[in-house]
Design a binder for this molecule. Structure first.
Ligand code: CTP
Length: 402
C-alpha cells in the first residue's frame, strides 16, 4: 500500500518528535518516499540530520531555502504528496492550521496541498482539553483532516491523561487506510446535498428545520478523501466547506432542486442528506408583514420532492436517500426506498438520544435495494459517513454501477 507513495511527514515542536523518527523509519521501510518538514521548534528536540538519514531525503525547515531554482519547494512538495502526516501536531501548529496561518514551511505546505492530511495531536492533557484546542480540532475535522487521537497515560510533563502521541504503528495504519480509501472512488463524480432549506415568508421570516448539515458535510468530506470529485449542494449552515470539495450554496428547496437537476446527468452517485422543506408558503410577502393582535394563518404548498424526481429519471446513478423517522423505522425506510426508486437508504430514529439533526453523532440503519441491511450503534457523523460510503461502494460493485 505504501510502496512508491510520496508521504510528507510534518514534525512540529514537542517531545514526541523523537517518536516521529520511528514513524519515518517505518514508512521508509514500507517503501514510501518520505519527505520530512520540520518547524523551527521541532529542530530543538530532534535534529534534521536524524530525519534526513532515516528518510534519505533532504529535510525542509525553512520556506525560503530553495535548493533547486527550477522549483518552488513548498508548492512542489505539496503537489507531489499522496499524503501529509503531521506527527506530532502541537497545539500551536493546530491553531495555525485551523486559521490558515502560513508562517513556516510546514503550515504553508499544508495550505497548498490537495493530498489528504492526517494529524496526530500531541500535548499536555490540560492543553488538549482547553476549549480553544478542542475548537481548532473540530474546525480541522470540518476541513477534512483526519485526526488520530492521542492516547492516555503518563505524559513527559508529569501529568497523567490524554495527550500522548499515537504510536508510530497506529499512524502507519492510518496512512495505509487513508491511501487505500483514496483508491476506491477515484475519479467518480459524487453529488451530496446537505443542510436545511429556508422557505421565505417575507424579507425577515422563513420556515426551516433543525438540520445542521453536519452529516452531509461529513459525507462530502469522506467521498473527497476517497478520491471522488465531490460537489456539495448546501442549504445555509454554519460549517466550513472541506477543501477540495466544490460547493454550490442554495437557500430554498426550489434552488436546491434546480442545482441538483442540472448536475444529475453528470454524476455517478447522489447522496441526498439535505433536510429539504416539504412545504413552503404559497405567497411570499415582498415587504415585511406588520404585526397586529389577530392570529395569522400562512397557507403552505408542497415543494417538489427532489429525490423522487431523481428516482424517476434515474439512468446509471447510485441514488442514496435519508429517512428521518420517529416511529416504525424499517417499514417507512423501505417504503421510501421503493417510492423514490433509491439504491440505498440511510434511516435514523430522530427520537433516539445520540441520533438526528444537530448532534455530532448519529445512529443509523442502512438498507440497500438488493436486500441488505446493516444497523450501527451511536457513532460520530464522520464514522457514519465512512460506513455509508462503504455501503455505497459495496453496492456499486455488486450491482455493477461503480
Ligand atoms: N427529499 C427531497 N426533496 C424533498 C423532501 C425530501 O429530496 N422535497 C429527500 C431528502 O433529502 C431525504 C429523503 O427525501 O433524502 C427523505 O426525506 P423525508 O423528509 O424523511 O421523507 P419524505 O419523503 O418527506 O416523507 P415523510 O415526510 O412522509 O416522512
Amino acid at each position: 500500500m505504501l510502496s512508491n507513495k510520496t508521504i510528507v511527514v510534518g514534525v512540529s515542536g514537542g517531545i514526541a518528535a523523537f517518536k516521529a523518527a520511528a514513524l519515518v523509519s517505518k514508512l521508509t521501510q514500507a517503501g514510501a518516499n518520505v519527505h520530512v518538514v520540520m518547524t523551527e521548534a521541532a529542530t530543538k528536540f530532534v535534529t534534521p540530520l536524524t530525519f534526513q538519514a532515516l528518510a534519505r531525503n533532504p529535510v525542509y525547515t525553512d520556506t525560503f531555502t530553495e535548493p533547486d531554482p527550477t522549483k518552488i519547494a513548498h508548492i512542489d512538495t505539496a503537489d507531489q504528496a499522496d499524503l501529509v502526516l503531521i506527527a506530532p501536531a502541537s497545539a500551536n501548529s493546530l491553531a495555525k492550521l485551523a486559521h490558515g496561518i502560513a508562517d513556516n514551511m510546514l503550515t504553508t505546505l499544508v495550505l497548498a496541498t490537495q493530498a489528504p492530511v492526517i494529524l496526530a495531536p500531541t500535548m499536555n492533557v490540560n492543553m488538549y482539553e482547553h476549549p480553544s484546542v478542542q475548537k481548532n480540532l473540530k474546525t480541522l475535522e470540518e476541513y477534512g483532516y483526519r485526526l488520530v487521537e492521542p492516547g492516555a497515560g503518563f505524559l513527559a510533563c508529569g501529568w497523567i491523561g490524554k495527550g500522548r502521541m499515537a504510536e508510530p504503528e497506529e499512524l502507519v495504519e492510518a496512512a495505509e487506510a487513508t491511501l487505500a480509501e483514496k483508491t476506491s472512488l477515484v475519479g467518480k463524480r459524487v453529488l451530496v446535498t446537505a443542510g436545511p432549506t429556508r422557505e421565505p415568508i417575507d424579507p425577515v421570516r422563513y420556515f426551516t428545520n433543525y438540520s445542521s448539515g453536519k452529516m452531509g458535510y461529513a459525507l462530502a468530506r469522506e467521498a473527497m478523501l476517497r478520491g471522488a470529485n465531490v460537489t456539495l449542494v448546501t442549504g445555509p449552515t454554519a460549517l466550513s466547506v472541506p477543501p477540495g470539495v466544490d460547493v454550490i450554496d442554495v437557500v430554498t428547496s426550489q434552488e436546491m432542486y434546480e442545482a441538483v437537476t442540472t448536475l444529475y446527468e453528470h454524476v455517478d452517485v447522489v447522496v441526498k442528506a439535505a433536510a429539504v422543506a416539504d412545504y413552503r408558503p404559497v405567497k411570499t410577502y415582498e415587504q415585511k408583514r406588520k404585526k397586529n393582535q389577530e392570529s395569522w394563518s400562512v397557507e403552505l404548498e408542497a415543494t417538489t420532492d427532489i429525490l423522487q424526481m431523481l428516482g424517476r429519471t434515474k439512468q446509471k446513478q447510485v441514488l442514496v436517500g435519508f429517512a428521518a423517522e420517529s416511529e416504525d423505522l424499517k417499514r417507512y425506510a423501505l417504503d421510501k426506498m421503493e417510492r423514490k426508486s433509491l439504491d440505498l437508504i440511510v434511516a435514523n430514529d430522530i427520537t433516539a438520544a445520540g441520533a438526528g439533526f444537530d448532534g455530532d453523532t448519529n445512529i443509523v440503519s442502512i438498507f440497500t435495494r438488493d436486500g441488505r441491511h446493516e444497523e450501527h450503534s451511536e457513532k460520530s457523523k464522520t464514522e457514519v459517513a465512512s460506513h455509508v460510503l462503504d455501503a455505497i461502494e459495496a453496492y456499486g460493485k455488486r450491482s455493477g454501477h461503480l
